[in-house]
Ligand binder design. Sequence first.
Ligand code: ATP
Length: 491
Amino acid sequence: MVSMDTLVSLCKRRGFVFQSSEIYGGTGSCWDYGPLGVELKNNIKRVWWRDFVQRRPDMVGIDASILMHPMVWRASGHLDHFSDPMVDCRECKLRFRADQVDALPWTHFCPATKGNRFTIPAGEPCGHCGARRTLCPDCGKGELTPPRQFNLMFKTFMGPVEEDAAVTYLRPETAQAMFVNFENVLQSMRLKLPFGIAQAGRSFRNEITPGNFIFRTREFEQMEIEYFVNPHDRVEGRPADEYWHDRWIEDCLAWFRRYGLRDENLRLREHDRDELSHYSKRTVDIDYRFPIGWSELMGIANRTDFDLKQHAKASGKSLTYFDEERKEHVVPYVVEPAAGLDRALLAFLADAYLEEEVRGEKRVVLRFHPELAPVKAAVLPLLKKRDDIVRTAHAIRDELSRFWRVVYDDTAAIGRLYRRQDEVGTPYCVTVDVQTVGDTDKGERADDKVTIRDRDSMEQIRVGVPRLTAVFGELLAGKRWADVAAGAAAG
Ligand code: ATP
């Protein structure tokens, strides 16, 4: 498995992710997506939306504002419960999540070695004196305070006056907008249960111990679905909420696999009873084997009717569904598949990363699924001194970029250009050479064909320029390289 340091450095070097406000020393746990990162992120979001909203007759989407009425957070329980227990070092004042201090390597001044300073791996005792950590893991000197609750919501003020009445919050999740818009969506779209509302957007959490690159940040994007079901219905002999919960777990897992995450890096983790949120009937996480170890990629919870009931109570509005068959009003149950976009991006990046040896040289390649790859093709002139080659290459790029993100590059020799594209996961390179345009001096006619090189197999085929758009249409829609190559060979 690739290390986090390798990914961070590749991301910076190749324009995927930069530290936010780096020239000022960086902002704590905020990251900026660069030119390739934004393409990758948009692709993941677009494919998610296409597969889970556009293609499904039972799904619709919304895009709600980040600033919501403060009552939303009172009713949802976030004001009272959305907190982590944290401890402070009395000496260096650093703050840690109480449940995570033991997962950190710790600093120890060992009495058995005249007070020498050691950094000891997380959870292990000192090899010299046998002591275990009791003090601050960072400075190794201060005592830690007892745990105190710390609310994770970012507070701000609405309007010009900074007074209590104007306090509002940046949303810590996108989900609540689906609950408070339940009635609007139900009525305007004339929906029948079961149906879901999806949203992809920014969320903010003042995490106490953020870190591990884009795994845990203070500003991030979520892709969430609230799937409403009639709790009185039964599907395949089971209560509808339980049936749909399992269906969503399967569908989400299948989705991550389809776009490149390998089976051995994915697992399901059932939450224990005592770990469940107070409103949840059952929660299952999809964990991914990140470079930092197994961690949550997304959660799929059965939130019952908790949220709709809470908002109905707090707003005084009825948030029910009229069941025509039974002639009764019901409060739907909701299944919530909640994924983090940045975490998904990190997982796709880690899984795609491959180092291999090709003819005695190291090749780094990101084997992104073509639909996720930030750049779909690079058009490269074999000789940049030949005007006709360069002109043709530009024309091909212009044509293909009507449909896809396609780049032109002539800043190095061809082998180097291939490697550069491999390293950012571009699935195909198109090379324009002398045969493409012909050589009048030598009396050679143009064959109007270019070479397409496949990133993964490094095989090449020759294809007529007029057919390029159609060929890329097939390749990028998932047709196998071998089949396209066979077609090209047959002429
Ligand atoms: P964690 O246990 O890692 O703090 P969570 O269980 O609080 O996550 P949820 O509230 O279920 O997370 O949010 C759904 C998804 O949003 C998570 O599975 C994760 O992918 C993403 N997410 C949550 N917090 C962050 C964060 N601080 N940075 C990046 N992504 C996050």
